[in-house]
Design a protein around this ligand. Sequence first.
Ligand code: ADP
Ligand code: MG
Length: 712
Amino acid sequence: MAQYGLDTEIQFLPGVGPKRAALFSKELGITTVGDMIRTYPFRYIDRSTFVRIADARPDMAYVQVRAKVLRKEILEKRMSVWIGDGSGEMELVFFKGIKWLNEKLQPSQEYVFFGKPSTFNGRVNMVHPDVDPSDAASSDKIDMAPARKDSFSAGAAMTGVYPSTEKLKNAGITAKLMNRIMEAAMDKGMIYIEESLPEYILNNMGLVPLHFALRNIHFPQSLDALEKARYRLKFEELFYLQLSLLKQKYIRSRSEVGIPMQKVGEAFNKCYEALPFPLTGAQKRVITEIRNDLKSGHQMNRLLQGDVGSGKTMVAVLSALIAVGNGYQACIMAPTEVLAQQHFKNIEKFLKPTGVQAALLTGSTKTSLRKEIHAGLEDGTIGIIVGTHALIEDNVMFRNLGLAIVDEQHRFGVEQRAKLWKKSCCNAPPHVLVMTATPIPRTLAMTLYGDLDVSIIDELPPGRKPVQTIHATEGKRPALYRFMKEQIALGRQIFVVYPLINETEKLDYQSLEAGADDIMNNFPFPEYKTAVVHGKQLNDVKQFNMDAFAAGRANILVATSVIEVGVDVPNASVMVIESAERFGLSQLHQLRGRVGRGSEKSYCVLMTGHKLSKESKHRIELMCATENGFDLAEEDLKMRGPGDLEGTQQSGLPISLNIASLAKDGVLMNLARDCADRILKEDPELTSDKNQLLRRELRKDKYIIKDYSKIS
Ligand code: ADP
Ligand code: MG
């Protein structure tokens, strides 16, 4: 191979060869010299300098301290170790391998600790630092790549640790060799790497040039240089991601006309004036955002996020009334029959003062009524239609559908959305409002729904009481039943929910039935009344049982997780979730949101088996610790974030980022998005000279989301 380039296969690099090259490709997706250079260390080892504890600060990347163990403390699942080096003391916190570490770390002995300083309660600490015997630090120095003139590593204080796998390690690719290979790749490839951000962005955002960044990400000259390098590379990645998403959005919003809805209308005002409560600030803000979209002349494509119970239905009703007030129809689609019915009931009550006619259309609507509704939709006498998928069947025609509201978006596929589109009138697609109670961290929402606008209701209606969440195992069941009886004696109602998962459906139904029997034995009729609801019942039976609970005639509702989502029974104050370890965080949170809606103190009891996996345990602990859906979503993202493989990203998310993290780099994501937004506002097609580089980079298609349908 005489001529190297970025596309040269890595097998030609010294130390690689065809066998290892094949492994690199299979294990890490690295095939070319260019790929290699863009594979970054996920941490660094610096065995040459020690930081005094007194000088350690949380903004430092990694530090190495040499210190003695002063004392240890083991509290349930964590171990604290206090160390001292004469300059000060520092707490080290360990969650894993406590037994082993406890034996290894002897009081008064000196060790070398290597980790990332952070703060807790205003004091600097380190969580899970590496621990080595003190004398190892000098003898066991990790070899720097041989120092040569103009070598990238010359004078470097830190060695990068690269993603690796068992197979790579078994093939002899040690940390040391990996550094040598990287050095060779850079020797051959760097001259072909061109700056990928225009100079004006580098200047405006205070970013270092690409060459400097790449050199220092691999072979940092100093901590400061490393930080600058990371910042630049993360920014670049997030910036192009946002630029690509926003560009699509700009193009769409300029080309797609929308139905102009100029006024608020009388129906809206009448409903608004008759509301039994003032809207929350968040509801008002969101309605204003929607109102502005509707009158803009462009099609609205808005995602409305709000925790369970935050009052999204109200926003839906008022938005639908704007459409009606402008002479158009609106539809509200729910994922299940029960939810559609619930919506309809709620909505009817708010519509009374307006005189607007609404109807409910689901799979079980009787044929005669169905015909009437079809006619009403065609001639326009029905202003608002609530329903399930039945709404988008081909034989349903609208006179002039202006707004489609879709609740719990994640259960609607792309196809169904397309069908909705076809129901448009006047050569413009209906405005679309998608509502979801699955909180998605803002950074993720901005990216996953990058071409949608996002509104967030981040405020619950006043008077909500916090829900106390308790974790219990089978042994506590008698106590649970006693507690349930106390609550029933106080006039409260109780949900008992069982998981229902396709693959284990048969077993799940068995445990639901066994559970229901157990409840009925322990809560005997007629003193107690128990209603059971699940998907295998006939619709009439299901409805009868639901109604019995909603109307307060039944004390306990035993149900599967599929049925009860969205049900509003303010008098229910206890949610018992059986086999809670089988639910995901957001599902648990949704279920919990069913209680705490009334004025009484509410409880959520998470029943689990004794043995829990690490993840299940963590989920249950988080549920007990916080009620904030967005915090839970952030945690969920972090948990699913970096995978088990050392340094390789296995996030399970539809976007893979090389260096930035959706979970941790929210602030930088905002900066990158603002920057991209400013550029596109000025030059939407990126035609100006100074933006030619951006155009070229975007065409490389690196930042396209792989699969939209994977969302939630
Ligand atoms: P979501 O759909 O977001 O889960 P809902 O729209 O079902 O929430 O609202 C939950 C409950 O709060 C309903 O009983 C609703 O009538 C009530 N509600 C909505 N907005 C307000 C408000 N601004 N003040 C008081 N109660 C409200
Ligand atoms: Mg709702």
